[in-house]
Design a protein around this ligand. Structure first.
Ligand code: GAL
Length: 602
Protein backbone atom coordinates (compact mmCIF):
# COMPACT_ATOMS: atom_id res chain seq x y z
CA UNK A 1 0.00 0.00 0.00
CA UNK A 2 1.24 3.47 -0.82
CA UNK A 3 1.16 6.07 1.82
CA UNK A 4 -0.55 9.26 0.75
CA UNK A 5 2.78 11.06 0.49
CA UNK A 6 4.37 8.31 -1.56
CA UNK A 7 1.39 8.43 -3.91
CA UNK A 8 1.71 12.17 -4.26
CA UNK A 9 5.42 11.88 -4.87
CA UNK A 10 4.85 9.24 -7.48
CA UNK A 11 2.26 11.44 -9.16
CA UNK A 12 4.59 14.40 -9.12
CA UNK A 13 7.47 12.45 -10.57
CA UNK A 14 5.47 10.67 -13.20
CA UNK A 15 3.66 13.81 -14.18
CA UNK A 16 6.78 15.66 -15.19
CA UNK A 17 8.60 12.78 -16.81
CA UNK A 18 9.15 12.78 -20.54
CA UNK A 19 7.72 10.44 -23.13
CA UNK A 20 4.92 8.97 -21.01
CA UNK A 21 3.96 11.72 -18.62
CA UNK A 22 0.83 10.78 -16.74
CA UNK A 23 -2.30 12.65 -17.67
CA UNK A 24 -5.56 12.12 -19.41
CA UNK A 25 -4.07 12.63 -22.81
CA UNK A 26 -0.63 11.34 -22.41
CA UNK A 27 -0.59 7.96 -20.88
CA UNK A 28 -2.73 4.95 -20.23
CA UNK A 29 -1.94 2.98 -17.12
CA UNK A 30 1.21 0.90 -17.22
CA UNK A 31 1.12 -2.45 -15.49
CA UNK A 32 4.36 -4.16 -14.56
CA UNK A 33 4.49 -7.69 -13.13
CA UNK A 34 5.50 -6.10 -9.88
CA UNK A 35 3.49 -2.97 -9.24
CA UNK A 36 4.64 -2.13 -5.74
CA UNK A 37 7.01 0.61 -4.87
CA UNK A 38 9.07 0.79 -1.76
CA UNK A 39 9.59 4.52 -2.01
CA UNK A 40 10.06 6.01 1.42
CA UNK A 41 10.90 9.48 0.19
CA UNK A 42 8.76 12.37 1.28
CA UNK A 43 8.18 15.86 -0.01
CA UNK A 44 7.81 19.16 1.74
CA UNK A 45 4.56 20.93 1.08
CA UNK A 46 5.27 24.62 1.34
CA UNK A 47 2.57 27.14 2.13
CA UNK A 48 2.70 29.98 -0.39
CA UNK A 49 2.72 33.41 1.17
CA UNK A 50 2.11 35.53 -1.94
CA UNK A 51 -1.16 36.32 -3.67
CA UNK A 52 -0.17 33.73 -6.25
CA UNK A 53 -2.47 30.78 -6.90
CA UNK A 54 -1.41 27.85 -4.70
CA UNK A 55 -2.27 24.22 -5.36
CA UNK A 56 -2.14 21.06 -3.28
CA UNK A 57 1.39 20.24 -4.43
CA UNK A 58 2.60 23.58 -3.12
CA UNK A 59 3.25 25.32 -6.42
CA UNK A 60 2.31 28.95 -6.86
CA UNK A 61 1.74 31.09 -9.92
CA UNK A 62 0.18 34.54 -10.33
CA UNK A 63 -3.51 34.26 -11.23
CA UNK A 64 -3.69 34.03 -15.02
CA UNK A 65 -4.40 37.50 -16.40
CA UNK A 66 -3.11 39.33 -13.33
CA UNK A 67 0.19 40.42 -14.90
CA UNK A 68 -0.35 43.13 -17.46
CA UNK A 69 1.73 43.45 -20.60
CA UNK A 70 4.72 45.64 -19.90
CA UNK A 71 7.48 45.11 -22.44
CA UNK A 72 10.10 47.16 -20.59
CA UNK A 73 13.06 45.88 -18.53
CA UNK A 74 10.83 46.34 -15.48
CA UNK A 75 8.20 44.16 -17.10
CA UNK A 76 10.83 41.49 -17.75
CA UNK A 77 11.98 41.65 -14.12
CA UNK A 78 8.41 41.19 -13.03
CA UNK A 79 8.25 37.95 -15.04
CA UNK A 80 11.56 36.71 -13.68
CA UNK A 81 10.28 37.43 -10.15
CA UNK A 82 7.67 34.74 -10.72
CA UNK A 83 10.55 32.30 -11.20
CA UNK A 84 12.74 33.58 -8.37
CA UNK A 85 16.53 33.65 -8.14
CA UNK A 86 18.45 31.98 -10.96
CA UNK A 87 21.94 30.51 -10.83
CA UNK A 88 24.44 32.38 -13.01
CA UNK A 89 26.73 30.43 -15.32
CA UNK A 90 30.46 30.23 -14.52
CA UNK A 91 31.29 32.12 -17.76
CA UNK A 92 29.28 34.13 -20.26
CA UNK A 93 31.16 34.02 -23.55
CA UNK A 94 31.17 31.41 -26.29
CA UNK A 95 34.10 29.07 -25.83
CA UNK A 96 36.31 28.33 -28.85
CA UNK A 97 36.96 24.59 -28.89
CA UNK A 98 40.30 22.95 -29.41
CA UNK A 99 40.16 21.44 -32.87
CA UNK A 100 40.64 19.01 -34.39
CA UNK A 101 38.97 16.84 -31.79
CA UNK A 102 40.92 13.61 -31.42
CA UNK A 103 38.76 10.59 -30.72
CA UNK A 104 39.91 8.20 -28.02
CA UNK A 105 41.13 4.78 -29.15
CA UNK A 106 38.18 2.44 -29.69
CA UNK A 107 36.94 0.44 -26.72
CA UNK A 108 37.68 -3.30 -26.64
CA UNK A 109 34.98 -5.48 -28.17
CA UNK A 110 32.09 -5.98 -25.83
CA UNK A 111 31.39 -9.63 -26.56
CA UNK A 112 33.09 -12.48 -28.44
CA UNK A 113 32.04 -12.55 -32.10
CA UNK A 114 30.24 -15.87 -31.61
CA UNK A 115 27.83 -13.91 -29.39
CA UNK A 116 27.55 -10.45 -30.97
CA UNK A 117 29.08 -8.48 -33.81
CA UNK A 118 31.15 -5.35 -33.62
CA UNK A 119 29.14 -2.30 -34.75
CA UNK A 120 30.76 -2.22 -38.20
CA UNK A 121 29.92 -5.89 -38.80
CA UNK A 122 26.21 -5.67 -38.00
CA UNK A 123 24.21 -6.73 -41.10
CA UNK A 124 27.20 -5.82 -43.21
CA UNK A 125 25.36 -6.54 -46.47
CA UNK A 126 23.01 -3.65 -45.84
CA UNK A 127 23.64 0.09 -46.08
CA UNK A 128 21.37 3.03 -45.37
CA UNK A 129 20.03 4.73 -48.51
CA UNK A 130 21.95 7.66 -50.03
CA UNK A 131 20.95 10.89 -48.31
CA UNK A 132 20.09 9.14 -45.04
CA UNK A 133 20.72 11.46 -42.06
CA UNK A 134 22.50 10.30 -38.92
CA UNK A 135 21.87 12.87 -36.21
CA UNK A 136 21.88 13.51 -32.50
CA UNK A 137 19.21 15.40 -30.55
CA UNK A 138 19.07 18.06 -27.88
CA UNK A 139 16.42 20.56 -26.73
CA UNK A 140 16.91 24.14 -25.56
CA UNK A 141 15.66 23.85 -21.98
CA UNK A 142 17.49 20.60 -21.40
CA UNK A 143 20.97 21.64 -22.53
CA UNK A 144 21.39 25.39 -22.96
CA UNK A 145 21.64 26.67 -19.41
CA UNK A 146 22.41 30.43 -19.39
CA UNK A 147 18.76 30.68 -18.61
CA UNK A 148 18.67 34.38 -17.79
CA UNK A 149 21.47 35.52 -20.11
CA UNK A 150 21.41 37.78 -23.14
CA UNK A 151 17.89 39.06 -22.80
CA UNK A 152 16.04 35.75 -22.52
CA UNK A 153 12.62 35.78 -20.89
CA UNK A 154 11.62 33.04 -18.45
CA UNK A 155 9.97 29.87 -19.69
CA UNK A 156 7.42 27.76 -17.87
CA UNK A 157 10.07 25.14 -17.20
CA UNK A 158 12.29 27.74 -15.52
CA UNK A 159 9.34 28.21 -13.19
CA UNK A 160 8.26 24.54 -12.92
CA UNK A 161 11.71 23.36 -11.94
CA UNK A 162 11.48 25.46 -8.77
CA UNK A 163 8.09 24.27 -7.57
CA UNK A 164 8.05 21.99 -4.50
CA UNK A 165 8.50 18.34 -5.38
CA UNK A 166 8.41 18.99 -9.11
CA UNK A 167 11.89 17.70 -9.94
CA UNK A 168 12.97 14.34 -8.56
CA UNK A 169 16.49 15.46 -7.63
CA UNK A 170 15.62 19.13 -7.02
CA UNK A 171 17.97 20.24 -9.77
CA UNK A 172 17.26 23.12 -12.14
CA UNK A 173 18.46 23.54 -15.71
CA UNK A 174 19.84 27.03 -14.97
CA UNK A 175 23.26 25.83 -16.08
CA UNK A 176 22.78 22.18 -17.18
CA UNK A 177 25.28 21.61 -20.05
CA UNK A 178 25.76 25.32 -20.72
CA UNK A 179 25.49 24.45 -24.40
CA UNK A 180 24.49 28.07 -24.95
CA UNK A 181 28.18 28.95 -24.59
CA UNK A 182 29.67 25.52 -25.32
CA UNK A 183 27.87 24.72 -28.56
CA UNK A 184 31.04 24.96 -30.62
CA UNK A 185 32.72 22.30 -28.54
CA UNK A 186 29.62 20.11 -28.73
CA UNK A 187 29.39 20.46 -32.49
CA UNK A 188 33.12 19.83 -32.99
CA UNK A 189 32.97 16.73 -30.81
CA UNK A 190 30.09 15.17 -32.69
CA UNK A 191 31.52 16.16 -36.09
CA UNK A 192 34.59 14.15 -35.10
CA UNK A 193 32.32 11.12 -34.59
CA UNK A 194 30.96 11.46 -38.13
CA UNK A 195 27.57 12.76 -36.98
CA UNK A 196 25.79 14.40 -39.93
CA UNK A 197 23.09 16.43 -38.18
CA UNK A 198 22.07 18.01 -34.90
CA UNK A 199 18.38 18.31 -34.13
CA UNK A 200 18.09 21.12 -31.57
CA UNK A 201 15.30 23.41 -30.46
CA UNK A 202 15.06 27.17 -30.41
CA UNK A 203 13.91 28.84 -27.22
CA UNK A 204 10.88 31.01 -27.95
CA UNK A 205 11.62 33.16 -24.88
CA UNK A 206 15.12 33.93 -26.23
CA UNK A 207 13.66 35.24 -29.50
CA UNK A 208 10.64 36.97 -27.93
CA UNK A 209 11.18 37.35 -24.17
CA UNK A 210 7.51 38.35 -23.73
CA UNK A 211 6.32 35.81 -26.28
CA UNK A 212 3.59 37.85 -27.92
CA UNK A 213 3.28 39.08 -31.50
CA UNK A 214 3.20 42.72 -30.34
CA UNK A 215 6.32 42.43 -28.16
CA UNK A 216 9.96 43.22 -29.04
CA UNK A 217 12.35 40.74 -30.64
CA UNK A 218 15.54 40.05 -28.67
CA UNK A 219 18.31 40.60 -31.22
CA UNK A 220 20.85 38.79 -29.04
CA UNK A 221 18.71 35.68 -29.23
CA UNK A 222 18.39 35.94 -33.01
CA UNK A 223 22.16 36.46 -33.34
CA UNK A 224 22.95 33.55 -31.05
CA UNK A 225 21.10 30.99 -33.13
CA UNK A 226 22.44 32.55 -36.34
CA UNK A 227 26.00 31.99 -35.07
CA UNK A 228 25.14 28.50 -33.87
CA UNK A 229 23.65 27.57 -37.23
CA UNK A 230 26.65 28.95 -39.12
CA UNK A 231 29.03 27.01 -36.91
CA UNK A 232 27.11 23.81 -37.65
CA UNK A 233 27.29 24.45 -41.38
CA UNK A 234 31.01 25.21 -41.19
CA UNK A 235 31.55 21.95 -39.28
CA UNK A 236 29.58 19.80 -41.72
CA UNK A 237 26.82 19.10 -39.19
CA UNK A 238 23.38 19.94 -40.57
CA UNK A 239 21.35 22.16 -38.23
CA UNK A 240 17.78 20.90 -37.82
CA UNK A 241 15.50 23.15 -35.79
CA UNK A 242 12.42 22.56 -33.66
CA UNK A 243 10.44 25.68 -32.84
CA UNK A 244 8.89 24.40 -29.65
CA UNK A 245 10.20 21.74 -27.29
CA UNK A 246 7.86 22.40 -24.34
CA UNK A 247 9.39 25.67 -23.06
CA UNK A 248 6.40 28.02 -23.27
CA UNK A 249 7.34 31.64 -22.53
CA UNK A 250 6.15 32.27 -18.99
CA UNK A 251 4.71 35.60 -20.11
CA UNK A 252 2.14 33.84 -22.29
CA UNK A 253 1.05 31.57 -19.46
CA UNK A 254 0.75 34.56 -17.14
CA UNK A 255 -1.10 36.75 -19.67
CA UNK A 256 -3.65 34.20 -20.86
CA UNK A 257 -2.87 30.59 -19.87
CA UNK A 258 -0.45 29.59 -22.65
CA UNK A 259 -1.65 26.70 -24.79
CA UNK A 260 -4.91 26.38 -22.89
CA UNK A 261 -5.97 29.62 -24.60
CA UNK A 262 -6.70 30.18 -28.28
CA UNK A 263 -4.68 33.40 -28.04
CA UNK A 264 -1.51 31.32 -28.35
CA UNK A 265 -2.15 30.61 -32.04
CA UNK A 266 -1.33 34.05 -33.44
CA UNK A 267 1.59 34.48 -31.08
CA UNK A 268 3.10 31.15 -32.11
CA UNK A 269 2.64 31.88 -35.81
CA UNK A 270 4.32 35.26 -35.33
CA UNK A 271 7.24 33.60 -33.50
CA UNK A 272 7.51 30.98 -36.26
CA UNK A 273 7.55 33.66 -38.98
CA UNK A 274 10.26 35.59 -37.12
CA UNK A 275 12.44 32.49 -36.91
CA UNK A 276 11.76 31.35 -40.50
CA UNK A 277 12.73 34.79 -41.81
CA UNK A 278 15.90 34.87 -39.71
CA UNK A 279 17.25 31.45 -40.70
CA UNK A 280 15.73 30.80 -44.12
CA UNK A 281 18.18 28.99 -46.37
CA UNK A 282 20.45 27.89 -43.52
CA UNK A 283 18.14 25.46 -41.72
CA UNK A 284 16.53 23.09 -44.24
CA UNK A 285 14.54 20.74 -42.00
CA UNK A 286 12.12 22.22 -39.50
CA UNK A 287 9.79 20.90 -36.84
CA UNK A 288 7.01 22.99 -35.38
CA UNK A 289 6.33 20.98 -32.20
CA UNK A 290 8.07 18.24 -30.30
CA UNK A 291 5.71 15.52 -29.07
CA UNK A 292 2.57 17.64 -28.72
CA UNK A 293 0.74 14.79 -26.99
CA UNK A 294 3.29 14.59 -24.19
CA UNK A 295 3.37 18.37 -23.93
CA UNK A 296 -0.41 18.69 -23.65
CA UNK A 297 -0.34 15.92 -21.05
CA UNK A 298 2.23 17.88 -19.09
CA UNK A 299 -0.05 20.92 -19.18
CA UNK A 300 -2.61 18.90 -17.24
CA UNK A 301 -0.09 17.86 -14.61
CA UNK A 302 1.48 19.38 -11.53
CA UNK A 303 2.67 22.11 -11.32
CA UNK A 304 1.24 23.45 -14.61
CA UNK A 305 -2.30 22.66 -13.45
CA UNK A 306 -2.70 26.06 -11.76
CA UNK A 307 -1.95 28.07 -14.87
CA UNK A 308 -5.05 27.69 -17.03
CA UNK A 309 -7.10 30.04 -19.14
CA UNK A 310 -10.56 30.82 -17.68
CA UNK A 311 -12.98 27.92 -18.06
CA UNK A 312 -10.29 25.28 -18.52
CA UNK A 313 -9.69 22.60 -15.88
CA UNK A 314 -7.37 19.62 -15.45
CA UNK A 315 -9.72 17.32 -17.32
CA UNK A 316 -10.21 19.56 -20.33
CA UNK A 317 -6.72 21.13 -20.43
CA UNK A 318 -5.00 18.43 -22.55
CA UNK A 319 -7.66 18.67 -25.23
CA UNK A 320 -7.94 22.44 -25.26
CA UNK A 321 -4.17 22.45 -25.56
CA UNK A 322 -4.27 19.94 -28.43
CA UNK A 323 -6.87 21.99 -30.26
CA UNK A 324 -4.94 25.25 -29.93
CA UNK A 325 -1.61 23.60 -30.65
CA UNK A 326 -2.79 21.99 -33.86
CA UNK A 327 -4.02 25.37 -35.08
CA UNK A 328 -0.67 26.89 -34.15
CA UNK A 329 1.09 24.13 -36.08
CA UNK A 330 -1.09 24.50 -39.16
CA UNK A 331 -0.77 28.30 -39.06
CA UNK A 332 3.02 28.07 -38.87
CA UNK A 333 3.19 25.62 -41.78
CA UNK A 334 0.88 27.85 -43.83
CA UNK A 335 3.24 30.76 -43.16
CA UNK A 336 6.25 28.59 -44.03
CA UNK A 337 4.71 27.83 -47.41
CA UNK A 338 3.50 31.36 -48.08
CA UNK A 339 6.94 32.73 -47.24
CA UNK A 340 8.54 30.21 -49.63
CA UNK A 341 10.91 29.04 -46.93
CA UNK A 342 13.47 26.64 -48.37
CA UNK A 343 13.21 23.09 -47.08
CA UNK A 344 10.75 20.80 -45.34
CA UNK A 345 8.59 20.99 -42.25
CA UNK A 346 6.68 18.58 -40.01
CA UNK A 347 6.12 17.97 -36.29
CA UNK A 348 7.47 15.18 -34.09
CA UNK A 349 4.94 12.49 -33.16
CA UNK A 350 5.83 10.03 -30.45
CA UNK A 351 5.01 6.63 -29.01
CA UNK A 352 3.65 3.50 -30.73
CA UNK A 353 0.43 1.81 -31.80
CA UNK A 354 1.10 -1.40 -29.86
CA UNK A 355 0.55 -5.15 -30.07
CA UNK A 356 -2.47 -6.91 -28.54
CA UNK A 357 -1.40 -8.43 -25.24
CA UNK A 358 -3.61 -11.52 -25.57
CA UNK A 359 -4.10 -13.07 -28.96
CA UNK A 360 -7.69 -13.65 -30.09
CA UNK A 361 -9.11 -11.21 -27.55
CA UNK A 362 -11.28 -8.67 -29.29
CA UNK A 363 -11.05 -6.28 -26.34
CA UNK A 364 -7.24 -6.20 -26.56
CA UNK A 365 -7.40 -5.62 -30.31
CA UNK A 366 -9.83 -2.76 -29.68
CA UNK A 367 -7.53 -1.43 -26.93
CA UNK A 368 -4.67 -1.30 -29.45
CA UNK A 369 -6.85 0.81 -31.74
CA UNK A 370 -7.54 3.13 -28.84
CA UNK A 371 -3.86 3.35 -27.98
CA UNK A 372 -2.93 4.21 -31.58
CA UNK A 373 -5.66 6.85 -31.75
CA UNK A 374 -4.91 8.54 -28.42
CA UNK A 375 -1.13 8.38 -28.61
CA UNK A 376 -0.36 9.10 -32.28
CA UNK A 377 -3.61 9.53 -34.20
CA UNK A 378 -4.68 12.51 -32.12
CA UNK A 379 -2.33 14.71 -34.14
CA UNK A 380 -1.37 12.40 -37.01
CA UNK A 381 -4.93 11.75 -38.27
CA UNK A 382 -5.81 15.43 -38.67
CA UNK A 383 -2.45 16.36 -40.15
CA UNK A 384 -1.77 13.37 -42.41
CA UNK A 385 -4.97 11.53 -43.28
CA UNK A 386 -8.34 13.11 -42.51
CA UNK A 387 -8.11 16.71 -41.29
CA UNK A 388 -10.11 15.60 -38.25
CA UNK A 389 -9.65 13.97 -34.84
CA UNK A 390 -9.70 10.17 -34.82
CA UNK A 391 -13.26 8.80 -34.64
CA UNK A 392 -12.38 6.99 -31.39
CA UNK A 393 -11.58 10.34 -29.75
CA UNK A 394 -14.74 11.99 -31.05
CA UNK A 395 -16.85 9.04 -29.89
CA UNK A 396 -15.31 9.19 -26.43
CA UNK A 397 -14.82 12.87 -25.71
CA UNK A 398 -17.68 15.37 -25.89
CA UNK A 399 -16.94 18.76 -27.50
CA UNK A 400 -16.63 20.40 -24.05
CA UNK A 401 -13.44 18.36 -23.74
CA UNK A 402 -12.33 18.13 -27.33
CA UNK A 403 -13.46 21.08 -29.44
CA UNK A 404 -14.48 20.08 -32.98
CA UNK A 405 -13.02 21.48 -36.20
CA UNK A 406 -15.01 23.31 -38.85
CA UNK A 407 -14.71 22.14 -42.45
CA UNK A 408 -12.48 25.10 -43.23
CA UNK A 409 -10.20 24.30 -40.29
CA UNK A 410 -9.94 20.68 -41.43
CA UNK A 411 -8.80 21.82 -44.86
CA UNK A 412 -6.11 23.99 -43.31
CA UNK A 413 -4.85 21.23 -41.01
CA UNK A 414 -4.84 18.33 -43.50
CA UNK A 415 -1.53 18.11 -45.31
CA UNK A 416 0.30 20.51 -42.99
CA UNK A 417 3.43 18.32 -42.87
CA UNK A 418 5.90 17.32 -45.57
CA UNK A 419 6.99 14.00 -44.03
CA UNK A 420 6.41 11.83 -40.96
CA UNK A 421 8.54 12.15 -37.85
CA UNK A 422 8.31 9.77 -34.93
CA UNK A 423 10.07 9.67 -31.58
CA UNK A 424 9.97 5.87 -31.44
CA UNK A 425 11.73 4.92 -28.22
CA UNK A 426 9.78 1.73 -27.60
CA UNK A 427 6.75 -0.38 -28.48
CA UNK A 428 4.79 -2.47 -26.00
CA UNK A 429 1.80 -4.72 -25.51
CA UNK A 430 -1.61 -3.20 -25.01
CA UNK A 431 -4.61 -4.75 -23.30
CA UNK A 432 -8.11 -3.69 -22.37
CA UNK A 433 -8.28 -2.24 -18.85
CA UNK A 434 -8.82 -4.77 -16.04
CA UNK A 435 -12.46 -3.74 -15.62
CA UNK A 436 -13.07 -4.43 -19.33
CA UNK A 437 -13.36 -2.06 -22.24
CA UNK A 438 -17.14 -1.67 -22.15
CA UNK A 439 -17.16 -1.00 -18.42
CA UNK A 440 -14.45 1.62 -18.79
CA UNK A 441 -16.33 3.37 -21.57
CA UNK A 442 -19.65 3.32 -19.78
CA UNK A 443 -18.10 4.47 -16.49
CA UNK A 444 -16.82 7.57 -18.28
CA UNK A 445 -14.86 10.20 -16.32
CA UNK A 446 -15.29 8.31 -13.04
CA UNK A 447 -13.12 5.47 -14.39
CA UNK A 448 -9.39 6.02 -13.79
CA UNK A 449 -8.62 4.54 -17.21
CA UNK A 450 -11.04 6.81 -19.07
CA UNK A 451 -10.85 8.19 -21.73
CA UNK A 452 -8.06 6.03 -23.18
CA UNK A 453 -9.47 2.81 -21.74
CA UNK A 454 -6.36 0.77 -22.54
CA UNK A 455 -3.44 -0.50 -20.52
CA UNK A 456 0.25 -0.85 -21.39
CA UNK A 457 1.67 -4.28 -20.52
CA UNK A 458 5.41 -4.47 -20.17
CA UNK A 459 5.47 -8.27 -20.14
CA UNK A 460 3.88 -10.98 -22.23
CA UNK A 461 0.63 -12.65 -21.26
CA UNK A 462 2.02 -16.19 -21.17
CA UNK A 463 5.17 -16.47 -19.11
CA UNK A 464 5.37 -12.83 -18.06
CA UNK A 465 8.68 -12.20 -19.82
CA UNK A 466 9.50 -8.51 -19.96
CA UNK A 467 9.18 -6.80 -23.33
CA UNK A 468 12.87 -5.98 -23.04
CA UNK A 469 15.69 -4.95 -20.76
CA UNK A 470 14.69 -2.07 -18.49
CA UNK A 471 16.28 1.36 -18.62
CA UNK A 472 17.22 3.31 -15.50
CA UNK A 473 14.60 3.79 -12.78
CA UNK A 474 14.46 7.44 -13.82
CA UNK A 475 12.89 6.28 -17.10
CA UNK A 476 10.43 3.62 -15.88
CA UNK A 477 8.48 3.81 -19.15
CA UNK A 478 11.44 2.62 -21.21
CA UNK A 479 12.53 -0.89 -22.12
CA UNK A 480 14.76 -2.00 -24.97
CA UNK A 481 12.04 -3.13 -27.34
CA UNK A 482 14.10 -2.97 -30.50
CA UNK A 483 12.77 -6.39 -31.54
CA UNK A 484 9.32 -4.76 -31.99
CA UNK A 485 10.67 -1.88 -34.06
CA UNK A 486 9.88 -3.30 -37.50
CA UNK A 487 6.27 -4.05 -36.66
CA UNK A 488 5.90 -0.68 -35.01
CA UNK A 489 7.14 1.10 -38.13
CA UNK A 490 4.97 -1.00 -40.44
CA UNK A 491 1.93 0.00 -38.39
CA UNK A 492 2.85 3.68 -38.46
CA UNK A 493 3.48 3.64 -42.18
CA UNK A 494 0.26 1.75 -42.87
CA UNK A 495 -1.86 4.17 -40.85
CA UNK A 496 -0.18 7.45 -41.81
CA UNK A 497 1.55 6.79 -45.13
CA UNK A 498 4.13 9.32 -46.30
CA UNK A 499 7.03 9.38 -48.74
CA UNK A 500 9.57 9.80 -46.00
CA UNK A 501 9.96 9.03 -42.31
CA UNK A 502 12.52 10.33 -39.86
CA UNK A 503 12.92 8.49 -36.58
CA UNK A 504 13.49 11.74 -34.75
CA UNK A 505 14.27 10.43 -31.27
CA UNK A 506 15.27 7.14 -29.69
CA UNK A 507 17.71 6.47 -26.92
CA UNK A 508 18.23 4.79 -23.59
CA UNK A 509 18.94 5.70 -19.97
CA UNK A 510 21.68 3.34 -18.82
CA UNK A 511 20.62 1.80 -15.48
CA UNK A 512 22.43 3.20 -12.43
CA UNK A 513 24.59 5.47 -14.57
CA UNK A 514 24.18 8.41 -12.23
CA UNK A 515 25.17 6.33 -9.22
CA UNK A 516 28.55 5.53 -10.76
CA UNK A 517 31.46 7.70 -9.75
CA UNK A 518 34.47 6.45 -11.70
CA UNK A 519 34.64 7.64 -15.29
CA UNK A 520 35.73 4.25 -16.60
CA UNK A 521 32.52 2.70 -15.25
CA UNK A 522 30.34 5.53 -16.55
CA UNK A 523 31.82 5.30 -20.05
CA UNK A 524 30.90 1.61 -20.24
CA UNK A 525 27.21 2.15 -21.15
CA UNK A 526 26.61 -1.40 -22.29
CA UNK A 527 22.80 -1.41 -22.21
CA UNK A 528 22.58 1.84 -24.16
CA UNK A 529 25.04 0.49 -26.72
CA UNK A 530 23.09 -2.77 -27.04
CA UNK A 531 19.86 -0.84 -27.45
CA UNK A 532 21.27 1.46 -30.14
CA UNK A 533 23.00 -1.27 -32.14
CA UNK A 534 19.99 -3.62 -32.04
CA UNK A 535 17.68 -0.76 -32.90
CA UNK A 536 19.76 0.48 -35.83
CA UNK A 537 20.08 -3.07 -37.18
CA UNK A 538 16.30 -3.45 -37.02
CA UNK A 539 16.07 -0.12 -38.85
CA UNK A 540 18.22 -1.48 -41.69
CA UNK A 541 15.89 -4.47 -41.95
CA UNK A 542 12.86 -2.21 -41.82
CA UNK A 543 14.23 -0.24 -44.77
CA UNK A 544 15.47 -3.16 -46.87
CA UNK A 545 13.02 -5.94 -46.10
CA UNK A 546 9.85 -4.06 -45.19
CA UNK A 547 10.47 -1.13 -47.58
CA UNK A 548 9.67 1.50 -44.96
CA UNK A 549 11.02 4.83 -46.25
CA UNK A 550 13.09 5.78 -43.20
CA UNK A 551 15.58 8.48 -44.18
CA UNK A 552 16.93 9.69 -40.86
CA UNK A 553 17.83 8.41 -37.39
CA UNK A 554 18.31 10.85 -34.51
CA UNK A 555 19.58 9.64 -31.18
CA UNK A 556 18.53 11.18 -27.90
CA UNK A 557 20.86 12.54 -26.77
CA UNK A 558 24.07 14.25 -27.80
CA UNK A 559 24.98 14.87 -24.14
CA UNK A 560 23.53 14.08 -20.73
CA UNK A 561 20.98 16.76 -19.90
CA UNK A 562 18.09 17.92 -17.73
CA UNK A 563 15.54 15.13 -18.06
CA UNK A 564 12.45 17.22 -17.23
CA UNK A 565 10.87 16.07 -13.96
CA UNK A 566 13.73 13.66 -13.33
CA UNK A 567 16.31 16.44 -13.36
CA UNK A 568 19.99 15.97 -14.05
CA UNK A 569 20.28 12.54 -12.47
CA UNK A 570 18.62 10.56 -15.25
CA UNK A 571 21.13 10.47 -18.06
CA UNK A 572 20.38 9.86 -21.72
CA UNK A 573 23.60 11.18 -23.29
CA UNK A 574 25.98 9.27 -25.52
CA UNK A 575 28.43 11.67 -23.92
CA UNK A 576 28.84 12.02 -20.19
CA UNK A 577 28.69 15.52 -18.74
CA UNK A 578 30.38 16.33 -15.47
CA UNK A 579 28.00 18.98 -14.15
CA UNK A 580 30.68 20.51 -11.96
CA UNK A 581 33.36 21.01 -14.59
CA UNK A 582 31.04 20.85 -17.63
CA UNK A 583 33.56 18.50 -19.24
CA UNK A 584 32.20 16.07 -21.84
CA UNK A 585 33.40 12.46 -22.23
CA UNK A 586 32.47 10.05 -24.99
CA UNK A 587 30.77 6.91 -23.74
CA UNK A 588 31.09 3.55 -25.50
CA UNK A 589 27.75 4.20 -27.23
CA UNK A 590 29.11 7.32 -28.97
CA UNK A 591 32.03 5.40 -30.42
CA UNK A 592 29.80 2.46 -31.36
CA UNK A 593 27.54 4.86 -33.28
CA UNK A 594 30.55 6.33 -35.02
CA UNK A 595 31.83 2.90 -36.08
CA UNK A 596 28.36 1.71 -37.08
CA UNK A 597 27.54 4.69 -39.30
CA UNK A 598 31.00 4.84 -40.83
CA UNK A 599 30.35 1.31 -42.10
CA UNK A 600 26.66 1.72 -43.02
CA UNK A 601 26.31 5.16 -44.60
CA UNK A 602 27.04 5.63 -48.29
C1 GAL B 1 11.34 12.66 -25.22
C2 GAL B 1 11.57 14.14 -25.15
C3 GAL B 1 13.00 14.50 -24.85
C4 GAL B 1 13.64 13.60 -23.81
C5 GAL B 1 13.35 12.15 -24.09
C6 GAL B 1 13.89 11.17 -23.06
O1 GAL B 1 10.00 12.38 -25.00
O2 GAL B 1 11.23 14.74 -26.37
O3 GAL B 1 13.01 15.84 -24.48
O4 GAL B 1 13.35 13.99 -22.54
O5 GAL B 1 11.98 11.93 -24.22
O6 GAL B 1 12.99 10.98 -22.04
Amino acid sequence: MFTQIACLLLYVQVSLGAATSGSLLSSPTTVSPSTHSSSTASITISVPTSTATPNPGGASFPPVGSITRNFSPTGLDQLWNVVGPVESPPFTTTVEPQTPVILPSPPPTLYPSFYANRPKDILSDYKYPKGFIFGLDTAAYQVEGATKEEGKGPSMWDWASRQPGAIADNSTADIADLQYYLYKEDVARVAALGVKAHSFSISWARILPFGTADSPVNQQGIDHYADLIQYHLKSGVEPIATLFHWDTPLALQAYYGGFTSGQIVDDFVHYAKTVFAAYNGTVKTWFTFNEPRVFCGQVASYPFNITYAPGVNTSTAPYQCSYNLIHAHAGAVKAFREMNIVGEIAFKSDDFVGTPWRKNTTDDAAAVERHGAFQIGVFADPIYTTGDWPTILKDTLPPEYLPRFTEEEKREILGSADFFAIDAYRSQYISAPDEGLDACLSNGPSDPEWPQCNTIREFDSNAMWAVGASADVGAPWLQDTSRFFRDAMKEIHRRWPTQKIYVTEFGFAQPFENERTELYRIKEDTDRTNYLMSYLGEMLLSIHEDHIPIMGAFIWSMVDNAEWGQGLSTRFGVQYVNYTTLERTYKRSALALSEFFEAHLQ
